[in-house]
Design a protein around this ligand. Structure first.
Ligand code: NAP
Ligand code: GLV
Length: 310
């Protein structure tokens, strides 16, 4: 059946500002905040809407995620497999992620966790200086965000290795692809930055065996999804003194439960899923351009490949 040009956008951004931005960017479209007239809604933009919502919208033509990672959308039984699911491509997140990754890199290079511990003891103990050239960084995931992070860190003088599913070419970055390349990469990494999407292939990827391949004292930055990293394995490797620290933004269960041991570990630093937040103006600009493409019958940018899972 031929779909008619979309006319009504349901927005569930968690803040009324989203609706105003969409209405201003798409004056020809009706922008609504509730699915009162479910038959009229042909577009959706949001993040983690209530369960079952998509099954109640029979005329949906496309779903726009207000974020980069769509694992939560793909887990939903109410999202028809045939419906285009469109995600954000960078939209200002890569720049924030560069800063976050750099935070981890500098924490390792400048012994920040060690000095914090020494400060507790009022101990004046200079550590052996580390250079940028001697700080080996690996970025897992060389997509819209990871490639920019890898490139930026390389531009600052860090030796950067990048890893992806298919071989990528990122200037200044030593690229490799596929599982057989992962072990050798981990063995030569001081700061591991995870920027992979959560898929059937990446969930649980950073398990005890793989984390144990990192050199002694390495630091793990996880800013992708919590289900990719075995938190218990991380804690045990930190306790054994095998790993030096972790900067964690994402967790298997969010918010991280108050009783979780990660909160208390002296070598773990926690941020509440804010490494790279969605910037409403940039997101609306990108989604509006896609809606106009859809109305013109053109291909949208950022359609998720359901078979790959990202
Ligand atoms: P993307 O453009 O889809 O890039 C994904 C990258 O991961 C690609 O390079 C891809 O390889 C690689 N990859 C996928 N599966 C792989 C596998 N099995 N083995 C090796 N490499 C694999 O994603 P993005 O926009 O850069 O975002 C990445 C993730 O960051 C998101 O999915 C989200 O979970 C997370 N994120 C977190 C925050 C935060 O605030 N914490 C903010 C934004 C995003 P190919 O290049 O070969 O396709
Ligand atoms: C945030 O985690 C995102 O995927 O955009």
């Amino acid at each position: 059946m031929q779909s008619s040009a979309p006319r009504t956008l349901l927005v569930r951004g968690g803040d009324p500002r989203w609706n105003a931005l969409f209405a201003a960017a798409l004056p020809g479209l009706r922008v609504v905040a509730a699915p009162d007239d479910a038959e009229s809604i042909d577009l959706f933009a949001g993040w983690n809407p209530e369960p079952g919502l998509f099954a109640r919208l029979p005329r949906l033509q496309a779903v726009f995620a207000l974020g980069a990672g769509v694992d939560a959308f793909l887990r939903r039984p109410d999202l028809p497999g045939s419906l285009p699911l469109v995600r954000l491509l960078d939209a200002g997140m890569a720049e924030q992620m560069i800063e976050y990754a750099l935070l981890g890199v500098l924490a390792w290079q400048r012994h920040l966790l060690r000095y914090e511990a020494l400060q507790q003891q009022h101990a004046w103990q200079p550590q052996a200086p580390r250079t940028r050239a001697g700080t080996r960084v690996a970025v897992l995931g060389l997509g819209e965000i990871g490639a920019q992070v890898a490139r930026a860190l390389s531009g600052l003088g860090y030796p950067v290795a990048g890893w992806s599913r298919t071989l990528r070419d990122v200037p200044g970055v030593r690229c490799s692809a596929g599982l057989p390349a992962l072990g050798p990469l981990l063995e030569a990494t001081d700061v591991l930055v995870n920027l992979l999407p959560s898929t059937a292939d990446t969930r649980g990827l950073l398990d005890h065996a793989r984390l144990a391949q990192l050199p002694s004292g390495a630091l793990v930055v996880n800013a992708a999804r919590g289900d990719q990293l075995d938190a218990e394995a991380l804690l045990s490797l930190l306790d054994d003194g095998r790993l030096g620290g972790a900067l964690l933004d994402v967790f298997a269960s969010e918010p991280l439960p108050p009783e979780h041991p990660l909160w208390r570990h002296p070598q773990v630093r926690i941020t509440p899923h804010v490494a790279a937040v969605t910037l409403p103006e940039r997101a609306v600009e990108q989604i509006a351009a896609n809606i106009l493409r859809l109305q013109r019958g053109e291909a949208m940018h950022g359609i998720v490949d359901r078979a790959r899972g990202y």
